[in-house]
Design a protein around this ligand. Structure first.
Ligand SMILES: [Zn+2]
Length: 149
């Protein structure tokens, strides 16, 4: 999916917050439409309103910290040994791909992604979670957000 730099960068920041606050590590899908985005992660129970507020605050704190968003290539085996499955989403990279492009916010999020990103978190617009929905039958949490004030 083609998505703009703001939303792609915001997805990495938000995912880090989701991992940190909710402990959900597997992204099952992402969606973008202009300044709107949606992150869906595997999660077997519904979060509380307070937890979702913490996710939003935590993501925006990471924006305020203005830390680097780095992209680099790494041999696939080495990347898997170094980082483990955390770099993958539900739909895996095809077997024939031997070199991965990783996008990393140090200590926060690392993911196999060849998209376009801001160089630092500080220029990404604020993230507002506008809606979230837990789907028990699919064990998924959908988080819809809007960028900007
Ligand atoms: Zn990305």
């Amino acid at each position: 999916m083609k998505m703009n730099k703001d939303v792609d960068s915001a997805l990495h920041i938000l995912k880090g917050a989701v991992q940190d606050v909710l402990g959900a590590t597997l992204t099952t899908s992402v969606f973008a439409d202009g300044p709107k985005g949606r992150l869906t992660v595997e999660m077997d129970h519904a979060p509380s309103d307070a937890e979702m507020q913490m996710v939003e605050e935590s993501a925006n704190r990471k924006i305020e910290q203005n830390v680097p968003i780095e992209m680099f290539k790494m041999d696939r085996e080495k990347a898997e040994l170094t980082y483990g499955d955390i770099i993958y989403d539900r739909f895996p990279v095809p077997d024939h791909v031997r070199e991965l492009t990783l996008t990393s916010i140090e200590g926060w999020n690392i993911n196999c992604c060849r998209g376009t990103h801001h160089k630092r978190t500080g220029t990404v617009p604020p993230i507002r979670i506008v809606k979230w929905r837990h789907r028990p039958s699919r064990e998924e949490l959908e988080i819809s957000f809007l960028l900007g004030q």
